[in-house]
Design a protein around this ligand. Structure first.
Ligand code: TXA
Ligand code: MG
Length: 345
C-alpha cells in the first residue's frame, strides 16, 4: 500500500485532503491525523473491521482498548448510558483538550474491538483544528490510538508516523508538530474517588480544582497490580533501540556518569536540558531550557526517536519532579527506561 502524506497547514488548499480522509474512513480504512497531544491512527469507531486494521497496522495487542474521539460534548450521550456529574464538570472545563474520560459504555453501540471486552470506554474531544475539522466533517466517532508501532514512542510529527507506518496505512494528514507532545490524561470516573489511569497534560492538580479528590497511583503501585486498569500501561512503551537509564538532573552527576561510561567503551546519547550540552556526550538531545516541563513534554518523544538514528549504545535521560505535568513526563520516562536508573560506580 502506498502511504500519502498531505500537509493541511494553512498555506495549502485543505478541502481535498479532508475529503480524501473522510472518504477513506467511510470506506472502512484508517487515516493518521494530528491532535494536540500526539498523532492518532483513526478508524470509524462503530466499524469493527476498520478498527481491526488499526490493531494490525500498529501490531497492537488486542486486549488494549482504544480511545474514541468525538467532535462535540453532545455526542457523549450516544455512547454512554449514564453520564456522571463529575464527568460533565470535566468536559465543561477541559474539553476540547487532553483529557480522556472513562465511563460505562452503552452496549453494542461501538465496535467490539474498541473496548477490547471491557464494559467501559474512554472518550475525548481533541483540541486540534485538524482533528476537530475531520470529526465534524465525518460526523462519526473515531477510535484512535497513537499512530506509532506498538512499543515505540508516540508520534509528535507526521514524519514519525511515516517512519513507523509507511506502506501500512493509506493517508497521513500532516498538521505539523503537535503542541503538547504527551498523550492525554486518562481519568476513570467509574470509581470513587476518580482515578488517573495515565497522567497527561491535564494534571491531578488541575482536576482536583474542579472535581475534588483524585487518585493518581505511582508507577510502582501500578506495576504491582496483576491487571492494570488501563491495559495499555502494562506493555513496554516509548522504548528506543538502545537501553535508556534515568539520571538525576544534576551536572556533576551526569558528568561523572559520562566519564565512567566512556571508559567502558559506551557511546552515549544524553537527553537533558540545554545547559547539559557542555558535557559533550557523544550525542546530545535537548529537553529545552532550564528543565521547563512543558518543553520537555513537547520534545521527549522526538528526542527518544532521534536516538534511534544514532549509533549510541546507551541513553541517559535526566529526570524531573513529579508535580504538574512532571507526573506524565516521569511516567513516560520510567517506561522508556524500564525503571532503570544509572548507578555511579
Ligand atoms: O492523547 C491521546 O490520548 C492519544 C491521541 C491520539 O488521542 N491517544 C492515545 O491512545 O494515546 P493509546 O491507545 O495510545 O492509549 C490509550 C490508553 C491506553 O493505555 C489504554 O489502555 C487506555 O488508554 N484505555 C483506553 N480505553 C480504556 C478503558 N475503557 N479503560 C481503561 N483504560 C483505557
Ligand atoms: Mg499509544
Amino acid at each position: 500500500m502506498k502511504t500519502s502524506c498531505i500537509s493541511v497547514n494553512n498555506d495549502v488548499d485543505k478541502s481535498e485532503a479532508y475529503q480524501q480522509a473522510v472518504d477513506l474512513l467511510n470506506k472502512g480504512e484508517v487515516v493518521a491525523f494530528p491532535t494536540e497531544t500526539v498523532y492518532g491512527l483513526g478508524a470509524i469507531a462503530t466499524n469493527n473491521e476498520a478498527v481491526n486494521k488499526i490493531f494490525a497496522a500498529k501490531g497492537r495487542p488486542s486486549d488494549n482498548p482504544l480511545i474514541v474521539h468525538i467532535g462535540s460534548i453532545e455526542e457523549v450521550s450516544t455512547y454512554i448510558e449514564e453520564i456522571p456529574e463529575i464527568a460533565i464538570k470535566c468536559m465543561e472545563k477541559f474539553w476540547p483538550g487532553p483529557l480522556t474520560i472513562v465511563m460505562k459504555a452503552k452496549k453494542d453501540v461501538l465496535a467490539k474491538s474498541v473496548t477490547a471486552g471491557l464494559t467501559t470506554v474512554g472518550l475525548r474531544m481533541p483540541d486540534h483544528p485538524v482533528a476537530l475539522n475531520l470529526l465534524q466533517l465525518l460526523k462519526q466517532p473515531v477510535a484512535a490510538p497513537s499512530a506509532n508501532k506498538s512499543g515505540k514512542p508516540s508520534p509528535t510529527k507526521a514524519e514519525h508516523v511515516e517512519e513507523d507506518l509507511q506502506g501500512l496505512i493509506p493517508l497521513i494528514l500532516d498538521g505539523g508538530p503537535t503542541g503538547i507532545g504527551l498523550e492525554s490524561t486518562v481519568l476513570d470516573v467509574t470509581v470513587n474517588p476518580p482515578a488517573i489511569l495515565r497522567p497527561g497534560g491535564v494534571t491531578k492538580e488541575m482536576l482536583e480544582e474542579v472535581i475534588g479528590e483524585v487518585n493518581q497511583p505511582t508507577l510502582s503501585q501500578q506495576d504491582k497490580k496483576e491487571t492494570p486498569k488501563a491495559p495499555g500501561m502494562k506493555y513496554t512503551h516509548y522504548a528506543p533501540n538502545a537501553p535508556v537509564y534515568l539520571i538525576e538532573q544534576d551536572l556533576p552527576t551526569v558528568e561523572k556518569a559520562i566519564e565512567q561510561l566512556r571508559q567502558e567503551g559506551e557511546i552515549i546519547a544524553l537527553l537533558a536540558p540545554s545547559e547539559f550540552e557542555e558535557l559533550q556526550a557523544d550525542y546530545f538531545f535537548s529537553f529545552g531550557q532550564d528543565g521547563d516541563k512543558d518543553e520537555i513534554g513537547v520534545k521527549l518523544y522526538d528526542d527518544l526517536r532521534a536516538c534511534d538514528k544514532t549509533n549510541a549504545s546507551i541513553i541517559l535521560a535526566t529526570t524531573t519532579s513529579t508535580d504538574g505535568v512532571g507526573a506524565a513526563i516521569m511516567n513516560r520516562l520510567e517506561k522508556a527506561a524500564g525503571g532503570k536508573w544509572y548507578q555511579l560506580k
